[in-house]
Design a protein around this ligand. Structure first.
Ligand code: TPP
Ligand code: NAG
Ligand code: NAG
Ligand code: MG
Length: 585
């Protein structure tokens, strides 16, 4: 190779920096720390150490959701990468793709099948763990050949950016110092998303525009993959320009300005507020952006939109009223739609006056006193939020309660109602904090987590404090796994968790003490009066120090959406059972 070169490790991190990513998350291991040294050789790149790899993966996922640029996670051979897998799989399921870099034994060691620590038996193929991650990644690079290394790194980074799914880069210890052609770095990676055929894309855009022009009652149903695939701002803009009645879903809550006249609510099939399902389902043109049609994102599959009224703009196909275009990505199409509608609003009668009745969200419980109830808490927490806050709601009652709240215009919402791995938000919150810091995000970061979930990943709260972050943390303390009680065995011991934890001392243990100079305040609320006192305290909402508020609720108190979805699921099971009895008989 003639000309200047850079070590492979540095090449990789400079490519990552090019994407806008400024922090690398992970846990070091002896396979291999020299790779981590290269982080410090790239200006603008910093290391954030996590307590464990599962939390690290959750954090990378949370980072991606806020920043858009992929979170980067580094783990060590076998023990590290395997611990991360649940978090990576969740990022795959919900399209919060990350770059997962895994250290491996040196190539010579691999070839000789040396019985190193983290292998399992004599003569083991060192690459078997690579196979275990196959279903949870879009692509991977196994850096064994000097002359293809740079190409492989570039290829998987582009693949991550296009698919928004996790990718893996496996780095044997001895390749960190392999010299790669530095000249390649002068040309940034081409990340442009292109549809397979420009003429077909034209046709799609024209077809959608003419449907918009002729529809008498058009609407926008903005789902989560629109956000994950880079369409958040365009989606907001589409709603703003058109004033079509616009809807979010449990996973995409916050995508549309919820204070706007054209926001009609959160659509979750039959588990929606009154009037919401009717409004979507009678629309003669539902522009459905980035759908993710899992059980809890569709009210237990009770979403009812006729194909003849549906324009589905996905990341892998587009469908216009029954006509399917495989391999077409919504993003370039949405960009063109918004540009055209913005240019010629009169032609499309925009902004459209609304002819339907908007049903405002009901106030579930406007109590001024008494023991805190699920029916009261979520809407009250919604009123606590300020514009540009980032809110995380954990699996459990928090996730089914939060949709009741009305968000301020630009709130960002993180919840994992499809993958639903409990403890996720505690790790994800670290990533959100890191991303918010990089972006100089003006809002606060608010974590809402059940005590059962928190017990899974609690140690990462120590990392918030270690790096000087100041989130507001609400712990829902309801004596165990309430959501599981609602599903089965309300009184069974398996739905209990340890109630011996003292949440009021948690922040102190994790580092908020006089001698560290880290300030924090912890409080508890059992009644409406208690909660009002906390939420109305200027200090609490200021975001100037870490704050914790423990919210006590009854063991058997469940949000209505949870009860409703369970009712739907049970009715469905009964129906299926009746059907199979008929066929059997
Ligand atoms: C990793 C993982 N383990 C187990 C479950 C099953 N699970 C779903 S919700 C839940 C309980 C959550 O309890 P908590 O965080 O206290 O929330 P609550 O419903 O009580 O508000 C459990 C055990 C899961 N989803 N993920
Ligand atoms: C880590 O990498 C360095 C240099 O590449 C090497 O000298 C060292 O042996 C490696 N450690 C292990 C455990 O492979
Ligand atoms: C409304 O909320 C208050 C306080 O949380 C509670 O005491 C009351 O029982 C609730 N009412 C209903 C109908 O749930
Ligand atoms: Mg609980």
């Amino acid at each position: 190779m003639s000309g200047s070169t850079v070590p492979m490790g540095q090449y990789l991190f400079r490519r990552i920096k090019e994407l806008g990513t400024e922090h690398i998350l992970g846990v070091p291991g002896d396979f291999n720390l020299t790779l981590l040294d290269e982080i410090y050789n790239v200006p603008g790149l910093k290391w954030i150490g996590c307590c464990n790899e599962l939390n690290g993966a959750y954090a990378a996922d949370g980072y991606t959701r806020i920043k858009g640029a992929p979170g980067v996670l580094i783990t060590t051979y076998a023990v590290g990468e395997l611990s991360a897998m649940n978090g990576v799989a969740g990022a795959y399921a919900e399209h919060a793709g990350m770059i997962h870099i895994v250290g491996m034994p040196a190539r010579a060691m691999q070839k000789a099948r040396v019985m190193l620590h983290h292998t399992m038996e004599p003569n083991m193929d060192h690459a078997i763990y690579i196979k275990m991650a196959d279903p949870i990644r879009k692509d991977h690079a196994y850096l064994m050949e000097d002359n293809t290394m740079a190409d492989d790194i570039d290829r998987v980074i582009v693949s991550c950016m296009h698919s928004r799914l996790p990718v893996y880069i496996y780095v044997p210890t001895d390749v960190v110092s392999v010299q790669l052609d530095a000249k390649r770095l002068e040309t940034p990676l081409d990340l442009t998303l292109r549809n397979p055929d420009a003429k077909t894309e034209d046709q799609i855009v024209q077809k959608i525009l003419s449907s918009v022009a002729t529809a008498s009652n058009p609407s926008i149903l903005a789902d989560v993959l629109a956000i994950r695939h880079g369409g958040l701002d365009l989606t907001k803009k589409l709603a703003q320009i058109t004033h079509f009645p616009s809807f979010s879903t449990p996973l995409s809550k916050g995508v549309i300005d919820e204070t706007a006249s054209y926001y009609y609510g959160l659509y979750n099939g039959q588990a929606s507020f009154p009037g919401v399902a009717e409004a979507v389902e009678k629309s003669d043109l539902v522009i459905n952006l980035g759908p993710l049609l899992s059980d809890s994102n569709t009210g237990g599959f009770t979403r009812q939109i006729k194909d003849e009224n549906l324009v589905r703009l996905g990341h892998d196909f587009v469908q216009i009223k029954g006509e399917k275009y495989d391999g077409y990505h919504f993003l370039p199409i949405l960009r063109r739609l918004v540009a055209e509608l913005e240019k010629q609003p009169q032609k499309y009668n925009l902004p459209r006056p609304q002819n339907g009745q908007k049903v405002p969200p009901p106030v579930l419980n406007d109590s001024k006193s008494g023991q805190l109830k699920q029916s009261f808490v979520w809407q009250r927490l919604g009123r606590f939020l300020k514009d540009n806050d980032i809110v995380l709601a954990e699996s459990g009652t928090a996730q089914f309660g939060m949709p009741d709240a009305t968000f301020p215009p630009n709130a960002r919402y993180i919840t994992q109602i499809f993958w639903s791995s409990i403890g996720y938000t505690v790790g994800s919150c670290l990533g959100a904090l890191v991303a918010a810091k990089e972006m100089k995000y003006p809002g606060r970061v608010v974590l809402i987590v059940g005590e059962g979930s928190m017990q899974m990943t609690v140690q990462e709260i120590g990392t918030y404090l270690r790096y000087g972050f100041k989130p507001i943390i609400f712990v829902i303390n309801n004596n165990g796994y309430a959501i599981e009680r609602a599903i089965h065995g309300p009184e069974q011991g398996y739905n209990d968790v340890s109630m011996l934890w003292d949440h009021q001392k948690m922040l102190e243990f994790f580092g908020a003490r006089e001698e560290t100079g880290i300030k924090a305040k912890s409080r508890a609320a059992k009644t409406v009066e208690d909660l009002e006192a906390v939420l109305n305290d200027k200090d609490f909402g200021s975001g100037e120090m870490v704050q914790l508020c423990e919210i006590f609720m009854d063991t058997f108190d469940y949000p209505w959406r949870l009860s409703k979805q369970l009712e739907i699921a049970r009715a469905r099971m009964k129906q299926e059972a009746a059907k199979s009895n008929v066929t059997a008989g």
